[in-house]
Design a protein around this ligand. Structure first.
Ligand SMILES: CC(=O)N[C@H]1[C@@H](OP(=O)(O)OP(=O)(O)OC[C@H]2O[C@@H](n3ccc(=O)[nH]c3=O)[C@H](O)[C@@H]2O)O[C@H](CO)[C@@H](O)[C@@H]1O[C@H](C)C(=O)N[C@@H](C)C(=O)O
Ligand SMILES: Nc1ncnc2c1ncn2[C@@H]1O[C@H](COP(=O)(O)OP(=O)(O)OP(=O)(O)O)[C@@H](O)[C@H]1O
Ligand SMILES: N[C@H](CCC(=O)O)C(=O)O
Length: 481
């Protein structure tokens, strides 16, 4: 780390992760240059005392790479992004912000090295990470939830008092750019198709996720074939599995109505299934995973139970918005891939399904075929909405599909005023098509960024449109259809 003193470090991407790297790099004595395709991000970096340069200007002047000793990239940038490709072509090392965080932590720049409890997986990362953070808090350990969840790890490390442990949510992007990270305990919850466009396919995505299993204790979800298969290749001192069924020795699982630890104790009941929230199998799996990584660092069973009990479920995760004339409107905007949408679609018998957005390379045929008998109608929107409409036509030809156009120019930078208008039209149509007893379910199976700021905006837009409905929107609409 000391080798960075007096050297120039290029930070690629000047938003949440990139800006968090500026003060630590300055503390290390580096000259920090931040590049971004967005002039607002460059200007923000300059307010922190870094030099800023627009990405196009940097690329137009190759000599500006001559002084650069290291590139620290934000997670969203792919290997083939122009800045990173140019740096790699010149032999300049590239670290992700998480790689930098790990090295700074090991070097003890802000305090003694912390215990990293890393959570990854296609779905359930935020829920599990928040459960881990809640357990650490119950244990009275100075800690923070950070990483992909929103708070950059470097910001967490710079906190005063310095944390003793961190609940670190890592995305596949972050793991890809952080090959040195060796967590005290790390879990891969599950692996399903997501972000395949970023990784160039499933192999790259799975390889990145396996990075969470390279520390002292590796934890895998045994009910998920891809996650379970990573156990045999893990170099960890200890590999532990969790499952929804009865655990064998060395596993956590469910016995009767209790979550049970048979890995870090002979046979210890941790908490009743009824006390775990969110309710349902996904919540129980996330709780087992959180229990495993915290038991791995010696937290007592009662403390694990206290932490799980005090955990608060995050918004837009299967939340009932309102019931109108016997129709229940549910917001699972957080279902940003088919695997997540599956868990909520299987929870209701007859559904008017609102779906669509950015599929990120994931296929929807298997999901649609499985849930077809539950669908009363499918309303699709967003850039990849037609792919979902076509899958419904193939696997559920009797289910009516309505496609809401969001324009041919829809791209990932478009946050349109008309996104809310489209959502209002979708919700009114859903109300018209639903019958008393039905669920209108926003479980898009896709990211929102082609139309909305993020899934939170999409969920609020849905809830606002639902609030505007009257009983007659449902009842009269039902008579017409
Ligand atoms: C896409 C992504 O991984 N985002 C995570 C990231 O946020 P950050 O704002 O730094 O995003 P980023 O996409 O890495 O960087 C964006 C910046 O890079 C710039 N940019 C991007 C590409 C490029 O070629 N050139 C360029 O200059 C953009 O103009 C922008 O200013 O770091 C944050 C803190 O660690 C995370 O909370 C956040 O996760 C978000 C929630 C996410 O969507 N994650 C994905 C992986 C997911 O959960 O599925
Ligand atoms: N173990 C699980 N298996 C399948 N689905 C899950 C699981 N846990 C949560 N989900 C569902 O996945 C969605 C996302 O939950 P959560 O925010 O915890 O995951 P995430 O991995 O952090 O997502 P993202 O990477 O998009 O931020 C929700 O729709 C939730 O109902
Ligand atoms: N979690 C990111 C963003 C999703 C969103 O906010 O819609 C993804 O799945 O790509």
């Amino acid at each position: 780390m000391t080798r960075l003193r007096g050297r120039t470090v290029l930070v690629a991407g000047g938003r949440v992760s990139g800006l968090a790297t500026v003060p630590p790099l300055q503390d290390l004595g580096a000259h920090v240059l931040v590049t971004d395709s967005d002039s607002g991000a460059v200007a923000k970096a300059e307010t922190l005392g870094a030099r800023g340069i627009l990405q196009d200007d940097l690329l137009a002047n190759p000599a500006s790479f001559d002084d650069i000793a290291l590139v620290v990239t934000s997670p969203g940038l792919r290997v083939d992004s122009p800045v990173l490709a140019a740096a790699a072509g010149r032999g300049i090392p590239i670290w992700g912000d998480i790689e930098l965080s790990w090295r700074i932590d090991r070097a003890g720049l802000y305090g003694p090295p912390t215990q990293w409890l890393v959570v990854t997986g296609t779905n359930g990362k935020t829920t599990t990470t928040s459960m881990v953070a809640s357990i650490l808090e119950s244990a009275g350990i100075e800690s923070a939830a950070c990483g992909n969840i929103g708070l950059p790890v470097l910001d967490a490390l710079r906190r005063d008092p310095h944390p003793a442990a961190l609940a670190v949510e890592l995305s596949s992007f972050q793991l890809f750019w952080a090959p040195s990270v060796r967590p005290e305990a790390g879990v891969v919850l599950n692996i399903a198709e997501d972000h395949l466009d970023w990784h160039g396919g499933m192999d790259g995505y799975v390889r990145a996720k396996a990075g969470a299993l390279t520390g002292r204790v590796a934890v895998v979800g045994l009910d998920d074939a891809r996650a379970a298969s990573l156990a045999s290749d893990s170099p960890a001192e200890r590999v532990v599995g969790f499952r929804l069924g009865e655990p064998s020795v060395g596993e956590l699982g469910v016995v009767g109505s209790d979550l049970v630890d048979r890995a870090f104790a002979e046979h210890t009941s941790l908490i009743s299934v009824d006390d775990v929230h969110p309710a349902g199998p996904a919540g129980v799996m996330d709780a087992l995973a959180a229990a495993a990584v915290t038991r791995a660092i010696g937290i007592a069973p009662d403390t694990v139970a206290d932490g799980l009990r005090s955990y608060q479920v995050g918004p837009h995760r299967n939340a009932v918005v309102r019931t109108v004339a016997g129709v229940t409107f549910v917001d699972d905007s957080k279902a940003t891939n088919p695997h997540a949408a599956r868990s909520s679609l299987l929870a209701y018998d007859r559904i008017v399904w609102i779906a669509g957005g950015l599929l990120k390379g994931a296929a929807v045929d298997e999901l649609v075929a499985e849930v077809a008998p539950r669908l009363a109608a499918a309303l699709v929107m967003g850039r990849d909405g037609t792919q979902i409409a076509e899958a419904v036509a193939r696997h559920a030809p009797d289910v009516p599909v309505v496609t809401f156009s969001t324009g041919d120019d829809a791209d990932v930078t478009r946050v349109a005023e008309d996104a809310d208008v489209v959502m209002q039209a979708v919700v009114r149509e859903a109300a018209r098509r639903a019958e008393p007893g039905d669920t209108v379910l926003l479980a898009p199976a896709a990211a929102s960024l082609d139309m909305f700021v993020d899934y939170g905006h999409r969920g609020r837009s849905f809830a606002d449109a639902v609030s505007a409905l009257t009983d007659s929107d449902v009842v009269d609409g039902g008579e017409q259809s």
